[in-house]
Design a protein around this ligand. Structure first.
Ligand SMILES: Nc1nc2c(ncn2[C@@H]2O[C@H](COP(=O)(O)OP(=O)(O)OP(=O)(O)O)[C@@H](O)[C@H]2O)c(=O)[nH]1
Ligand SMILES: [Mg+2]
Length: 407
């Protein structure tokens, strides 16, 4: 079980932070208004009722033992005065553990049942509120069309509602669409500077089979075309899986770029020392599913060198909920950016874009095919949103009914 503390200026923001960080399964253990202003929520994942009771009732657990996430807006305000931020790290432990609190007389199964019912009620209320909000928006034609179009692209309904709300009620369809795409583009965070041009050591991390090795080859070829192959080295930690290292070795040979294999954890830092003269070092890693026990070790290993910047490789053709989990589970890598792969394999690009927007994860590159080096481009917000319609149309062409109609 992982217990974490969230501090935000209002309860809604605090709950959103919980959901973004810990996902829909998070259990709210306590919430309260802080004397210094703002709200505190304590939430847990991988929740174990018995363990939670034990933890919450243990008076000796200080709040600072919990990881605390402070809403950036609040943190900014607080930096000015410093007082509330101090409170965030020294406040009392979760509500039930405060001095004088009585242990709950309810037994664990009853508590569990109560929590389940509360969660169901919260979900119902949320759904109802969303339905009302959507109905209000749909009363205006221009906004209804925006909602429909964003839904067809696979965009998250919450994002779609916030965009539709900003569309003027009297907007003509073409203008409404322009505003919609503009707002979507503005919501995306794009890397200003091309990461490989900044140089240094970049590792591509991500789930299995998402295109990490292929993308490394594309990036290496791109860098090599601009600067020659001498300034770049490749490293692979993917040496234990069948075929893992051969794939990068083949690309390395084709491009005339040396590939260093890392067989043990403690060999990475010395290898990077030896490669310090190279302007760019790209590290290929084996893919790990988001729930793989080895993932945390891999991320720790990369970060322990103190030199590696991670890029999270995300496939655009995956479902939003799965991508959301990947982003949360790979947070330990502190990815400075993402690379959106397999854009050519989806008709619903809005789904991946919504996840990137929700997590404010910068996008560095987009890949849209298997060809090395052609199928990679730097991410550009306006191009990404224009591809929504293009990809949707391309996907629809293959629908069997339309093929039959065409015959
Ligand atoms: N359609 C399409 N295929 C891609 C793209 N990028 C990679 N691929 C293909 O996806 C497959 C997996 O690519 P890899 O580069 O081996 O993926 P990986 O993330 O290194 O996989 P693991 O190392 O096994 O985790 C290969 O067949 C690639 O050619 C892309 O942008 N579009
Ligand atoms: Mg690979």
């Amino acid at each position: 079980m992982r217990i974490k503390r969230f501090v935000a200026p209002d309860m809604r923001t605090a709950l959103r932070m919980v959901r973004d960080d810990q996902g829909p399964e998070a259990v709210i253990l306590s919430s309260r208004k802080l004397d210094e202003g703002g709200f505190e929520v304590i939430a847990a994942t991988d929740y174990d009722e018995a363990l939670a009771r034990h933890t919450l009732l243990a008076d000796q657990l200080p709040a600072r033992a919990l990881a605390t996430e402070v809403d950036p807006a609040l943190a900014r305000n607080e930096r000015r005065s410093q007082s509330a931020l101090r409170a965030a790290s020294t406040a009392a432990p979760p509500a039930p553990a405060r001095a004088g609190a009585e242990p709950s007389p309810l037994d664990p199964p009853t508590l569990r049942e109560l929590r389940r019912e509360l969660a169901t009620m919260r979900e119902l209320l949320e759904r109802q509120a969303n339905r009302f909000a959507e109905e209000r928006l749909r009363a205006v034609r221009a906004r209804a069309e925006v909602l429909d179009e964003l839904a067809a692209y696979g965009c998250d309904p919450e994002l779609a509602r916030s965009i539709a709300t900003a569309v003027p009620a009297d907007a003509e369809p073409a203008r409404a669409r322009g505003i919609m795409l503009g707002l979507l583009a503005k919501s995306l965070v794009i890397c200003r500077r091309e990461p490989i041009e900044a140089g240094g050591v970049i590792a591509l991390v991500g789930p299995t089979g998402v295109g990490k090795t292929t993308t490394i080859a594309k990036l290496a070829a791109r860098f090599s075309a601009a600067h020659g192959p001498r300034d770049i080295a490749l490293v692979t930690t993917d040496v234990h899986r069948c075929g893992g290292r051969e794939q990068l070795a083949t690309f390395g040979r084709m491009l005339g770029i040396p590939v260093t294999e890392i067989h043990r954890e403690d060999a990475l830092a010395p290898a990077l020392e030896r490669l310090a003269d190279y302007r760019l070092v790209l590290i290929d890693t084996p893919g790990f599913g988001p729930r793989d026990r080895n993932l945390a070790a891999q991320l720790h290993w990369l970060r322990a060198t103190g030199k590696v910047r991670c890029h999270l490789t995300l496939p655009a053709n995956a479902q939003a909920a799965d991508l959301d989990e990947v982003v949360r589970r790979f947070r330990g890598a502190e990815p400075e950016a993402s690379i959106l792969t397999k854009v050519d394999e989806t008709g619903c690009l809005g789904s991946a874009l919504s996840v990137l927007i929700r997590h404010r994860l910068p996008v560095a590159y987009v890949t849209d095919g298997q060809r090395v080096p052609e199928d990679i481009q730097r991410a550009e917000a306006h191009r990404l949103v224009l591809r929504l319609g293009e990809l949707r149309r391309a996907a629809r062409v293959l629908e069997p009914k339309e093929n039959a109609d065409a015959a």
